[in-house]
Design a protein around this ligand. Structure first.
Ligand code: C5P
Length: 206
């Protein structure tokens, strides 16, 4: 069983994907972390995010990044990740890692932007998780505060809108709902409600 969970920043897709993995006993990959690891590697070692060549080269550094590094979640790294993920060369360099994870014998849950459209087009179940930009900005502010990184709602909202535009507007694997994906709008839901709804949608597919 392969479950594809796509959606914009701070939609709740990561939390939902982890809960689905636990519920169905499947391994989980947060594919945004791959792009974030490339971004952090560039940030640390001084690569130019404006250069596709340097971004592709930074893909080799992904394995050296500690996945628990708090800096992976910082706004500066988020912003670089969103820029470098538009490069076809970067997407190609990270493709095989994601495809082979999805092809694992035990099945898998992957979350990102192009799982249902590019990485696992034949997934058993596909969810497109979304919420209004205002709700997502409020959630991100709360999440950052919980991590000891206070931020301003207005700034976060501007950043979320900019990332939405970049992720949806790019030519290479833009953020888009796969035709056969179930739409899950979590704007009016608590996280528990969203998880229950997601489990229900997946169960209806298996
Ligand atoms: O999901 P997350 O916000 O951690 O992703 C960070 C950035 O990586 C996103 O802004 C997006 O541009 C990019 N990304 C992507 N394709 C994926 C996952 C993430 O382009 N499958």
């Amino acid at each position: 069983m392969v479950i594809a969970v796509d959606g914009p920043a701070a939609s709740g897709k990561g939390t939902i994907a982890r809960a689905l993995a636990r519920h169905f006993g499947l391994p989980h990959m947060d594919t945004g972390m791959l792009y974030r690891a490339v971004a952090l590697s560039m940030f640390r070692f001084g690569g130019d995010p404006g250069s596709e060549f340097e971004a592709v080269r930074a893909c080799d550094g992904v394995a050296q990044i500690d996945p628990t590094d708090e800096e992976l979640r910082s706004e500066v790294v988020s912003s670089i990740a969103s820029r470098i993920s538009a490069y076809p060369g970067v997407r190609a360099a990270l493709l095989e890692r994601q495809r082979s994870f999805a092809a694992g014998a035990d099945g898998a849950v992957l979350d990102g932007r192009d799982i249902g459209t590019v990485i696992a087009p034949h997934a058993t179940a596909k969810l497109f998780v979304t919420a209004s930009p205002e709700v997502r900005a409020r959630r991100r502010v709360a999440e950052l505060l919980a991590r000891g990184m206070p931020s301003h709602y207005e700034d976060v909202l501007i950043d979320i809108r900019a990332r939405d535009e970049r992720d949806s507007g790019r030519e290479a694997a833009p953020l888009a709902k796969a035709e056969d994906a179930e739409l899950l709008d979590t704007s009016e839901m608590s996280i528990e409600e969203a998880i229950a709804a997601a489990i229900g949608l997946v169960e209806a597919r298996v």
